[in-house]
Design a protein around this ligand. Structure first.
Ligand SMILES: [Zn+2]
Length: 74
């Protein structure tokens, strides 16, 4: 009987340890994904004419100023 109790206790402990390590692994993975997402997210720049913030790739640059597509000088 004692051996069975001991076995169950060990099993329970093992289960708890597995659960904790799984959670830590998931948290670590999520933190990594957040970092990657932050790196991928584009920088926003303000239009020199209207001040609207647009992604850097869709903004156009002229004379060191950045403009939104609407106020892009041609
Ligand atoms: Zn603008």
């Amino acid at each position: 009987m004692r051996a069975l109790l001991f076995f169950l206790l060990v099993l329970l402990l093992f289960g708890v340890i597995m659960m904790i390590s799984k959670r830590m692994e998931m948290a670590r993975r999520r933190a990594q994904q957040d970092e990657v997402a932050a790196e991928k997210s584009e920088r926003m720049v303000a239009c020199a004419t209207c001040g609207v913030h647009v992604p850097e790739s869709s903004a156009c640059q002229q004379h060191g100023q950045r403009y939104c597509p609407e106020h892009c000088p041609k």
